[in-house]
Design a protein around this ligand. Sequence first.
Ligand code: AMP
Length: 110
Amino acid sequence: MSIFQKIIDGEMPADIVYNDDEVCAFKDISPKAPVHILVIPKKPIKSLSDMSSDDIQLMGTLLFRAKQIAAEQGLTDYRLVTNNGAQAGQSVYHIHFHILGGRPMGWPPG
Ligand code: AMP
């Protein structure tokens, strides 16, 4: 079971900023920007590579919630990132979008 599943199940504490039947969002424990929030579906999809056509509507919902949460956090400019696989930096295998904002962002990412 991933650490994010434990957060969903209430077995692990988190600073939750949004929660509904399908989506949960909480502050990253090791923030890389002044605002760093993780947005996850409650369905345990491991990574973007594991998304199926059944998940298209859910992933649209996730994007919509992400933009709402970013706005609620006062962000107009921000980055929305998913790391897919170890080489891309994925460390938790429950799909998530990072909302990163509150400082200038370099490009390309490292
Ligand atoms: P990734 O490396 O893209 O898989 O992102 C995983 C993120 O989860 C990292 O930015 C971690 O800092 C964050 N993280 C790990 N454990 C926790 C936790 N218990 N609560 C909040 N964020 C966490």
